[in-house]
Design a binder for this molecule. Structure first.
Ligand SMILES: [Zn+2]
Length: 254
């Protein structure tokens, strides 16, 4: 069965053997998708690993639920991973709709939606391929087409390679992951540790109780026994220490 190159129309029947290959006439990077041959696109990587790390740091500092992570998480150097995404447009000349689905179930699990960033993609050929190996699809085009494209007129179909930096970090002995979009810098945090709620509650209760005891003691001493107020200079600093510990948990400023 003869296949035509989706870019130049050249006949590919003998050239296409494995999943990924190139058109021998125009160099287009193509992928076998069931009975069809699709062109492959790539979202250019714009961030260096250092820039991705700065994006993750900003997220940890600026994002309310994760603010306390800044400075206390041990973050490892990121790994660049190219997520393959099936991409299609359906509709007609006036109105088209984009559809996308991850072509691998396991890679970059932090990314659930908006797989292809609005950063522009470019055609892939032998010269523009990145140095890193591009993972091949493990979820078939047919699965995608059956679910998302049934009964629609498909006007464009392709495989897009999207770059993400994956970080591993450690917090209190447990490992967590986060992904940073290598084209836009958007942080996809995945599952991250819960804010330490129990110490906060304990410290609050402890602080309130400490001040209440100090007040009662001081008031009681003032009323009934003038020899006891010396305990106040000891109990009040304990209360202040508790408040500083609470602030430290939440701001990591001290
Ligand atoms: Zn071609």
């Amino acid at each position: 069965m003869a296949h035509a190159c989706p870019r130049c129309g050249g006949e590919l029947d003998r050239a296409i053997g494995s999943t990924f290959s190139h058109c021998p006439y125009c160099g287009a990077a193509v992928v076998r998708a069931g009975d069809a041959i699709l062109e492959r696109y790539l979202v250019p990587r714009r961030l260096t690993p250092e820039a991705a790390r700065r994006a993750l740091d900003r997220w940890m500092v600026g994002n309310e639920p994760s603010r306390w992570l800044a400075g206390s998480a041990q973050i490892e150097a990121p790994a660049l991973t190219w997520l393959p995404v099936w991409y299609a447009r359906t509709g007609d000349a006036h109105n088209t709709q984009a559809h996308q689905r991850r072509a691998d179930a396991a890679l970059v699990p932090e990314v659930k939606r908006r797989l292809v960033p609005p950063a522009g993609m470019r055609r892939l050929d032998g010269n523009s391929a990145p140095d890193e190996a591009l993972p091949e699809p493990t979820i078939t085009w047919t699965t995608f087409a059956t679910d998302a494209l049934a009964d629609r007129t498909v006007v464009e179909r392709s495989l897009v390679h999207v770059p993400f930096y994956r970080f591993q970090y450690r917090y209190r002995g447990r490992r967590y992951t986060a992904a940073v979009d290598a084209a836009t810098g958007e942080v996809r945090p995945g599952r991250y540790p819960k804010r330490p709620g129990m110490p906060f509650v304990l410290l609050s209760v402890g602080t309130i109780a400490t001040f209440a005891i100090a007040d009662l003691w001081y008031g009681g001493a003032w009323f009934w026994d003038a020899s006891r107020p010396h305990i106040v200079p000891i109990i009040y600093p304990i209360g202040w220490l508790a408040i500083i510990l609470i602030a430290r948990l939440f701001t990591a400023v001290f």
